[in-house]
Ligand binder design. Structure first.
Ligand code: SF4
Length: 357
């Protein structure tokens, strides 16, 4: 007989589907709070398949909060390199220190204490508390909101305004005692079936009651507020060579990619005149050097933090020994660059430089 309670029919069909169809991901084995927390931070803004090798390497090296809290930052940055959004890593390390110092090395089971940890917001707190401790908190990410916007045919924009409406929907459908499995089921449906562009409704376990599907409003769900696309930026990158070594500087704390190494670079605009000259002037202002322009390397297009940029690498040589201005600067041997933590936007240039003759 068909289950007529809308809460139960949704959660029962969804959980049965999840148990049969879920992906085999390493953080789903033995989901302790530590393992779930590490995976959730890595998964922010990053696809699961990309996170797997990072997660496995991380779990081999750091088995608990205290090992992360006491690790050398260069080692952590190197292990994180390529995952992007490095402020996540710094917050993660601070959260581990906090857990070791104030919670005896155990992720707090109290929601308010959990969201007080550095870098932990409602989503991460809800995911860890529900998956590791089976506590009834929603874990509201874009996948979950998309599924609910379609299943319940919600017209409110998903990317603006408070999340209370979506949070209440999760709590409405969440079956008692199954918070973790339910949250993961909704997320998995969004990742495998209720896809952003072409949802696979014929394979969906809840298609019979999906309102957007039955009302024909699918192409308008989830509704989004129009976004303004950012203009593409042009970043001039200075690859300065001296006796075969490469000039690098360390990024400051508090910005993007804190503590990582990078090439000096500068955003060009149409009023700046000749690019090579403008970059030379910048190098002189920042580091007191007057290197000579040699040649260009191939440009690289990249995206980071909502910015689209074209990176244009200029190779300069510095023949004389000159006093260099700036703290945390370093002449790296080309072969050494591979072992230095460098943001992925600069890594592609570093690879060209380290293999060039
Ligand atoms: S029927 Fe289609 S739109 Fe509705 S929840 Fe399932 S996959 Fe998403």
């Amino acid at each position: 007989m068909k289950n007529t309670d809308p809460r139960e029919s949704f959660s029962t069909a969804l959980i049965s589907w999840y148990l049969l169809n879920r992906r085999d991901l390493p953080w789903r084995e033995n989901p302790t709070a530590y393992r779930v927390f590490m995976s959730e931070v890595m998964l922010q803004q990053t696809q699961a398949s990309r996170v797997v090798p990072y997660y496995e390497r991380w779990m081999k090296k750091f088995q608990d909060y205290s090992m992360v809290a006491s690790a050398c930052m260069d080692t952590l940055l190197l292990m994180w390199e390529g995952l992007g959004y490095y402020s996540r890593l710094h917050s993660l390390v601070n959260a581990c220190k906090h857990i070791v110092k104030n919670h005896r090395g155990i992720f707090p089971s109290d929601y308010q204490e959990a969201i007080s940890l550095p870098g932990v917001g409602p989503y991460t707190a809800g995911a860890v508390l529900s998956i590791a401790y089976n506590l009834p908190y929603p874990a509201l990410d874009v996948n979950v909101k998309r599924v609910l916007a379609r299943y319940c045919d919600i017209d409110a924009p998903v990317d603006r305004g408070p999340d209370a409406l979506y949070r209440n929907k999760v709590l409405f459908f969440m079956p008692p005692g199954k918070a973790g499995t339910f949250n993961q089921s909704v997320m998995e449906l969004g990742a495998l079936c209720c896809l952003p562009r072409s949802p696979r409704c014929s394979e969906c376990p809840v298609k019979g009651d999906c309102l957007a599907l039955s009302r024909g409003s699918l192409e308008h769900r989830p509704r989004r507020v129009n976004r303004i696309h950012p203009r593409k930026r042009k970043i001039l990158v200075a690859v300065i060579l001296q006796n075969g070594n490469v000039f690098l500087r360390r990024r400051l704390k508090g910005g993007l990619w804190p503590g990582m190494w990078e090439f000096p670079h500068w955003e060009w605009d149409e009023d700046s005149g000749d690019e090579a000259v403008a970059l030379q002037n910048f190098i002189f202002r920042e580091h007191g050097m007057k290197p000579v322009f040699r040649n260009l390397l191939p440009s690289i297009t990249c995206s980071y933090s909502g910015i689209r940029a074209i990176m244009v690498p200029f190779v300069f040589t510095l023949n004389t020994s000159q006093e260099i201005r700036g703290k945390d600067v370093y002449w790296s041997e080309r072969s050494e660059i591979i072992n230095m933590p460098i943001p992925s936007t600069h890594r592609k240039i570093a690879d060209i430089v380290s293999f060039a003759r």
